[in-house]
Write a protein that binds this ligand. Structure first.
Ligand code: GLC
Ligand code: CA
Length: 565
């Protein structure tokens, strides 16, 4: 099988605004990341993905880029970036940055030009359409809704037309049909690789083409969101192939694309199959919502559907087995916190460790999201003003204004899914502002920082943090390394709706990973296998004899086994 450096990496996602503030302005920055590199190295990380740090008016925390070649002053400057790359490389840590292809900020010079007149050079850098006249009234070219709520068209007073924006009004979509747009973005990519970074996380890559502009029929909503209108359409592959040829392949860099819009395995492989010549991997979201979160009114009613979750793992692990490579991640900066979603606070340590074992013993490249390694949780939002994220605010307003929901219910619903849950400052210690900053941060610190923080876990052998460290040590330097990285993956006992168990195999070892996803005490009988060694556990599993285990709530274990002949 083809082997690449990034298959053997352990990744970590940094949300720069919330990681560490080095200069007392309440906002995380590049110098802050530099300070924490030894921390990441100690955890076993050798690849970091840093969210957008480019010059930006911060309508969407930096995903609205004003200048692709400049670091935003809140994060530092280009020199800080150079130092960061250098110091990371000394510690053997590779760096990937967000490559934001779908849109720019409306304050980007290209857009300022583009909107200024209908016949200027940059007009076709964006997607412009005339409005439709209905009963003498001008309306949007189509009724399509956007990801952040409302129409995906915005009227522009200056040139009296509409521009497309599938995210916020301040993020006009680039027109990838235009070869000049493609050439400009190729230059951006090359420039950053030249500076020394090791690759990209490619933002919203699946959205670079739009369907023909026709209304969505039969919808109850004024602006229905049907992402098929702008997700995974055929031309996207031509664009990504061009990037691969001109940017990724010549530099042997890592290119991991965010592929939303519910891709099938076939579609995902067409981006990231070994022979696709497009991306190294794709981030997907199937496992993020394997519960009833869309139906409930109270987070207490949250239930994990174990079988559904298994189906997702089965679909992706088997679909990609010998055809491509996968990232392993539970969450990112757009998802609620793992512990509040799939974990159980009552069994904090046990469930936090179990979830880590379940995910990171699979086949693929781990990506830990900052704070996950200490079990950070959702924020207890008590009023709409607590939200900073544009999509949470829009969603709340939509529930109250359009769905006529009670304000307190709307708040709970928006809270459970809010992207701000993942964006509260990193909890480094139990000092004021959780050691993230010495001044009041841009987003409130979760009040549980006194109990949940790095300082209290890093030297504790029984902590979630140490469990992450142990898992990554196994993957990086134990005798099971090759088996964990390149071995086959096989789900066993599919019908069991409480336990997720799978095997990792190669010619040298068979590892069996068993996870109890319930609060029950369960006996588990290994019929076809005998236990050779306990490799790692969360201390919630008792080995009764060589083929029977007793799993306490959220018990989790990694065993070396041999076949029971
Ligand atoms: C991606 C990012 C998200 C951002 C959006 C628009 O989905 O992960 O945070 O809002 O793209 O750039
Ligand atoms: Ca700062």
């Amino acid at each position: 099988m083809m082997k690449k450096w990034w298959m053997e990496s352990v990744g970590y996602q940094i949300y720069p605004k919330s990681f560490y503030d080095s200069n007392r302005d309440g906002i995380g920055d590049l110098k802050g990341i530099i300070k924490k590199l030894p921390y990441l190295s100690k955890l076993g990380i050798n690849l970091i993905w840093i969210g957008p740090v480019y010059d930006s008016p911060m309508d969407d925390n930096g995903y609205d880029v004003r200048d692709f070649y400049k670091i935003d002053k809140t994060f530092g400057d280009i020199n800080d970036m150079k130092v960061l790359i250098e110091k990371a490389h000394v510690l053997d840590i590779k760096i990937i940055l967000d490559y934001v292809l779908n849109h720019t900020s409306d304050e980007h010079p290209w857009f300022i030009e583009s909107r200024s007149s209908k016949n200027n050079k940059y007009r076709d850098y964006y997607i412009w359409q005339e409005g439709k006249l209905i009963n003498d009234k001008m309306v949007e070219p189509t009724n399509w809704g956007s990801f952040f709520g409302g129409s995906c068209w915005q009227y522009d007073d200056i040139s009296h037309s509409y521009y497309m924006k599938i995210f916020s009004n301040k993020m006009p979509d680039l027109n990838w049909k235009n070869p000049n747009v493609r050439a400009s973005m190729v230059e951006v990519g090359k420039w950053w690789l030249n500076l020394g970074i090791d690759g990209f996380r490619i933002d919203a890559v699946s959205h670079l083409e739009r369907a023909s502009f026709e209304d969505i029929e039969n919808s109850q909503e004024k602006y229905p969101l049907d992402w098929h209108k702008f997700s995974n359409l055929p031309k996207v592959h031509d664009y990504v192939k061009e990037l691969n040829q001109k940017v990724f392949s010549p530099n042997n860099c890592l290119a991991i694309g965010e592929v939303g819009g519910e891709p099938t395995i076939e579609s995902a492989l067409s981006y990231a199959g070994f022979d696709a010549n497009e991306l190294s991997m794709v981030f997907f979201f199937d496992h993020n919502w394997c519960n009833n979160i869309f139906e409930i009114e109270d987070p207490k009613d949250l239930k994990i559907d174990v079988i559904k979750l298994k189906q997702v793992f089965l679909k992706w692990q088997v679909g990609f087995s010998d055809k491509g490579w996968l990232p392993l991640n539970w969450l990112n900066h757009d998802q609620p916190r793992l512990m509040s979603h799939y974990g159980k606070l009552k069994y904090f340590k046990a469930s936090g460790k179990m979830l880590a074992t379940l995910m990171y013993m699979m086949r693929g490249t781990p990506f830990v999201y900052q704070g996950e390694e200490i079990g950070m949780t959702n924020y207890p939002f008590s009023k709409v003003e607590d939200f900073n994220d544009i999509s949470s605010i829009h969603y709340y307003q939509y529930l109250v204004n359009e769905k006529k929901e009670d304000q307190s219910k709307a708040l709970i619903k928006a809270s459970m899914k809010s992207r701000d849950n993942a964006r509260t400052p990193m909890q480094w210690n139990d000092h004021k502002f959780s050691g993230f900053s010495e001044v009041d941060p841009w987003l409130n610190v979760n009040p549980n920082y006194k109990e949940i923080n790095v300082a209290s876990q890093i030297n504790d052998n029984d902590s979630i943090w140490t469990h992450y460290q142990n898992l990554f040590a196994l993957r990086k330097s134990s005798k099971y390394r090759e088996t964990i990285i390149y071995g086959t993956w096989e789900l066993i006992d599919f019908e069991n709706d409480k336990i997720i168990a799978y095997l990792r195999n190669d010619q040298n070892y068979s590892l069996l990973i068993i996870n109890n996803l319930t609060e029950e005490i369960l006996n588990y009988e290994l019929r076809s296998y005998l236990i050779e060694t306990v490799v790692l556990s969360n201390n919630e599993v008792q080995v009764m004899n060589e083929n029977v285990l007793s799993l306490k709530p959220y018990g989790s274990i990694v065993l070396e086994v041999k076949e029971n002949l």
